[in-house]
Design a protein around this ligand. Structure first.
Ligand SMILES: Nc1ncnc2c1ncn2[C@@H]1O[C@H](COP(=O)(O)OP(=O)(O)OP(=O)(O)O)[C@@H](O)[C@H]1O
Length: 374
């Protein structure tokens, strides 16, 4: 199947009389055959972005190109894009099989070939037994899968999938994710997927565009987003349970680098100065306000360290989750060992220097990840 490169360049979406600036100066490229997820909370602008690429919304400023061809002023049908949108529903007078095969028939493929492809697609999506039914007599989840099948079975330069599995129960969603990813890979489909579910984005996408307030926060692989978040928003948005956040002031006395917890009576995370390379130390000016981000699995329970008061301690069968309070903040620790800690008791939290994410308190921009400059 052909696959295309998609380029968004300085795209803005302003609705109505200019009161809602839904997408701000958005630029990113999806390489041929790559799967990109647009991820963000409700209202961040991901659907507006997808709808502009599809042609259902006009672009206020900027350009969208597919394989070097500007498409943002073309009608949707002229863009060479296949779509599975919640609002882009099935044709009611056609069966699910006829809906899925519609575009293939329009391409005048031999009917034996069409039948074979529709059947394979339906089996992949677990709707083989309802292919003869009409949309009104199947469930929402089956309609959604038929709509996805109709998009995927077509030949297109670009595939746009809007929350394609939003209506499915978790087990089926997990099975289909794997199959859909395999299909997209095998057919080298350039794909954009909109989701608010980071598990889905991580499982399906090569790269994730994290959006907030209409602004692209970071565009990177799932692993990079976790290990090197560009800012505090991405750090706390990606990862489950979320990253712990500790506002601090830094003191470098030449021997040790001390992070003094804001709001505490002098509780300090203290590290040997040589734990941090000079390049990082030069960026940490004395008394600067910083925010430390620490993943829960990097917060260890030890014999010394930051003293915290246990709020809850739960063994989940394969890991212990401890929530502890320190300087009026809750810090979560996740451990694969079974730990017993009574609520109200005190314990000590240890964090290795290489597990610290250091952000500027004012802008939220990342300064360092572990011992490396951001
Ligand atoms: N047709 C419209 N007219 C005016 N404002 C709109 C319109 N469509 C979306 N918006 C606004 O634009 C902003 C971005 O909306 P958008 O639907 O793109 O976000 P989203 O991240 O996809 O959210 P959701 O996950 O809830 O669909 C929101 O503030 C929304 O209220």
């Amino acid at each position: 199947m052909m696959s295309s490169e998609l380029v968004l360049q300085n795209v803005d979406k302003i609705y109505g009389a200019g009161t809602v600036h839904a997408v701000k100066d958005l630029s990113f490229t999806v390489k041929p055959g790559e799967i990109t997820a647009l991820l963000g909370s409700s209202g961040c602008g991901k659907t507006s972005t997808l709808r502009m690429i599809a042609g259902f919304e006009t672009v206020t400023n900027g350009a969208i190109a597919l394989d070097g061809r500007a498409i943002h002023e073309l009608a949707p049908a002229q863009r060479g894009v296949a779509m599975a949108f919640e609002t882009y529903s099935l044709y009611p007078p056609l069966t699910l099989a006829e809906n899925i095969s519609f575009a293939l028939k329009a391409q005048k493929l031999p009917s034996a070939d069409v039948d074979k492809r529709v059947k394979a697609m339906a089996e992949m999506l677990e709707i083989g037994d309802v292919l003869h039914k009409y949309p009104s007599s199947v469930s929402g989840g089956q309609q959604q899968r038929a709509s996805l099948g109709r998009a995927l079975v077509r030949k297109a330069g670009l595939y746009l999938l809007d929350e394609p599995m939003g209506q499915l129960e978790p087990q089926l969603r997990a099975v289909l994710r794997g199959r859909i990813k395999h299909y997209l890979r095998e057919h080298h489909c350039t794909t954009i997927l909109v989701t608010h579910d980071q598990t889905e984005a991580n499982a399906l996408a090569d790269r994730i565009a994290v959006m907030e307030g209409g602004v692209l926060q970071q565009y990177a692989t799932p692993a990079e987003l976790k290990v090197r978040p560009a800012n505090l928003f991405v750090g706390t948005f990606i990862g489950e349970p979320p990253m712990n956040v500790l506002p601090v002031r830094v003191k470098d006395n030449g021997q040790t680098i001390d992070f003094v917890l804001e709001g505490s009576d002098g509780q300090v995370l203290s590290y040997a100065a040589q734990d941090f390379p000079d390049a990082v130390r030069r960026r940490l000016k004395n008394d600067d306000g910083l925010v430390l981000g620490v993943r829960p699995h990097a917060v260890h329970i030890g014999k010394k360290g930051l003293m915290a008061r246990v709020v809850t301690c739960q063994w989940l069968g394969d890991q212990t989750h401890i929530a502890a309070e320190i300087a009026g903040r809750t810090v979560v620790s996740v451990s694969h060992e079974q730990i017993k800690a009574a609520p109200g008791s005190s314990l000590f939290l240890r964090i290795a220097p290489q597990d610290l994410h250091i952000f500027a308190a004012d802008s939220g921009a990342a300064i360092a990840h572990g011992a490396e400059l951001a």
